[in-house]
Design a protein around this ligand. Structure first.
Ligand code: SF4
Length: 261
């Protein structure tokens, strides 16, 4: 059960990603051992010290990889910026994510659940930075499916055109952004999202979307810090979706300095 198709609150499962990271750690160690053990017999024939040199080299590489992964797990467990959390987020986003997804799929975990776990883990690494940006440097990005399908107002391009009729969650989000003086925009796809980021040059993004779009958005936007908030889909995907406004408010409280005048 990976998808979020109801309005029930849900707990992101970052533990799943941590578990898979630990598994990846064990596989790396096993692979390093085999890489040393198998050719060491042949290396002894060339020179008796070669297995020791090769083994030391592999041990150093394994130590760096396992040390980095352990630091990542400790950062996630403690929720604090221990060391290099920005770099660690980069390593997760660029290198570990595809591997973890592959390992997870191997164990029968569905893609949505893995992506939820990745988003939760990304959010925690961003939170660990305790980043605070001025309101004008923050951007809220929304998917168009949050708007009521039958609404006659075209809010793509200007969310403030919403007349706050309250029939969909755009109303509350637009009001929240206005009161906090934070830019808010609807991105109908990755290309528009990238264009908005280039134009507005934010230092912090709060993105609302489904698992797939949030995952690709977080990866595309790196190194920009993105907090991902999953939408709720009681009517199925991409149609009259919802947002829990408190989740957005909390993320703004945590990361955006606002005079609220
Ligand atoms: S809240 Fe705004 S966007 Fe939603 S239906 Fe009403 S006018 Fe349209």
């Amino acid at each position: 059960m990976g998808s979020v198709e109801t309005t029930e609150p849900y707990q992101p499962k970052k533990r799943l990603f941590i578990g898979l990271l630990c598994l990846a750690c064990s596989l790396i160690l096993l692979f390093a051992f085999l890489l040393w053990w198998v050719p060491s017999i042949g290396l002894t024939n060339i020179h008796p010290v070669l297995p020791i040199i090769f083994g030391t080299l592999l041990a150093v590489v394994s130590f760096v990889i396992v040390g980095g992964l352990s630091l990542l797990v400790l950062t996630l467990v403690s929720g604090r910026d221990l060391f290099f959390s920005q770099r660690l987020r980069g390593v997760v986003i660029k290198y570990l994510f595809p591997g973890i997804i592959a390992i997870g799929r191997l164990f029968g975990v569905d893609r949505d659940t893995l992506q939820q776990s990745f988003i939760a883990l990304n959010n925690q690494l961003v939170r660990a930075k305790e980043l605070r940006v001025p309101a004008e440097k923050a951007l809220i990005l929304l998917p168009h499916c949050i708007q009521l399908f039958d609404c006659a107002i075209k809010i793509t391009g200007d969310v403030d055109k919403c007349v706050r009729c309250g029939q969909c969650d755009i109303s509350g989000l637009a009001e929240l952004a206005r009161s906090r003086k934070v830019d808010i925009a609807v991105a109908t796809g990755g290309t528009l999202a990238r264009k908005l980021i280039v134009e507005k040059r934010p230092r912090f993004i709060l993105a609302v979307a489904c698992e797939r779009d949030l995952t690709s958005g977080i990866r595309d936007a790196y190194p920009l810090p993105v907090i991902g908030v999953l939408n709720r889909r009681p009517h199925g995907p991409c149609f009259n979706t919802h947002i829990i406004l408190e989740e957005v408010t909390r993320a703004l409280d945590e990361h955006v300095v606002s005079d609220r005048t």
